[in-house]
Ligand binder design. Structure first.
Ligand code: PAF
Length: 317
């Protein structure tokens, strides 16, 4: 008789594109999934209607539990923080009561600072950091398009294998994500950051798909300058970027995700706050600390802030 597969309880904080993708697919693998959302009406809708995934992995609706009330959360085997980076602190405080002695807390969020923030609340042993290149677009509450698959890499802040890391890997693997293990988490996170530095702000400012950034001399030059600054800051902090040629890697991601609407452009189109401060803003801020000039990242940060501040201004006002 085949041995029954162990079903785990997984809490996903933040039903954005990546939260719905991981929550939905982990639920499909037979685990319990509870989505925690700070918006009660959206939580109610997801709890009632489930998560809708369309795109490369097929079209389906997956029933999950969802709540806006942290007190309703069950004890969990894994917590995934999938909020925007500016909400990480609130997210980890909200979910802390459901983090038991054997619960790893995974972040695959964009930007810098998430691992550190989670570690401060639950301890660095339980904190699992990482990146994902899965492409997903939020099209409505609990409804996403799965636009592209990509690798997911996870690791521990101490760069050592732990039972928490093994458990996280096992749960992701059981849902088909095939996570790779990094033994240099900072370099992995900087590797993804450099990609976001080169793509996200530019796509949000120009309102183009990722692939279009390679079509114009101006966007190629700004991309190169922003990436070179980020690489210089990374090296000045004694972190070896994960890719040998970071600019070539950013261009490759533009090609691989050519039809993606970047997460920052999705935010700008929906007039939401963006993650600019944890991406280009973080490079500029950290550059100041290590004596590296970052004029391009500073300007990109200011431009995206100006876009956020002028969401409701019309031409004739
Ligand atoms: O933030 C995003 O949109 C993604 O990280 C990436 C890799 C830029 C693809 O769109």
């Amino acid at each position: 008789m085949p041995m029954a597969k162990k079903a785990y309880t997984v809490i996903v904080v933040g039903p954005g594109a990546i939260g719905c993708l991981f929550g939905g697919i982990i639920r499909e693998a037979g685990h319990e999934v509870v989505m925690l959302d700070h918006e009660p009406l959206r939580a109610e809708k997801i709890d009632r209607d489930g998560i809708r995934i369309e795109g490369i992995s097929g079209n389906r609706t997956i029933k999950v539990r969802a709540t806006a009330r942290p007190v309703e959360l069950p004890d969990s085997d894994l917590v995934i923080i999938a909020t925007k980076s500016y909400d990480t602190e609130k997210a980890i405080l909200d979910v802390a009561g459901a983090v038991g002695p054997n619960t790893p807390v995974l972040t695959l969020q964009n930007g810098l600072g998430n691992v550190e923030m989670i570690s401060r609340t639950v301890g660095s042993d339980k904190t699992i950091g990482g990146i994902t290149s899965q492409g997903a677009t939020l099209v409505g509450p609990g409804s996403i398009i799965h636009a592209g698959t990509g690798k997911t890499v996870i690791g521990t802040p101490a760069n050592r294998p732990t039972a928490y890391l093994e458990k996280t890997k096992a749960i992701l693997e059981s849902a088909g994500f095939e996570p790779q293990i990094s033994f240099n988490l900072e370099a992995t996170i900087w590797g993804k950051l450099i990609i976001n530095v080169g793509i996200n702000a530019l796509t949000a400012i120009l309102r183009v798909h990722n692939g279009r950034l390679l079509d114009f001399e101006g966007s190629r030059r700004i991309m190169r300058q922003a990436v070179e600054e980020a690489v210089a800051v990374c090296r000045a902090k004694n972190i070896q970027p994960a890719h040998e040629n970071p600019l070539a890697q950013v261009e490759e991601v533009c090609r691989l995700t050519a039809r993606n609407v970047s997460s920052m452009l999705q935010d700008v189109v929906a007039k939401r706050r963006t993650e600019i401060d944890a991406i280009n803003g973080a490079v500029a801020w950290l550059g100041g600390g290590v004596g590296i000039d970052t004029p391009t990242n500073e300007l990109l940060t200011l431009l995206v802030h100006a876009i956020e501040q002028s969401y409701d201004v019309r031409l004739n006002q």
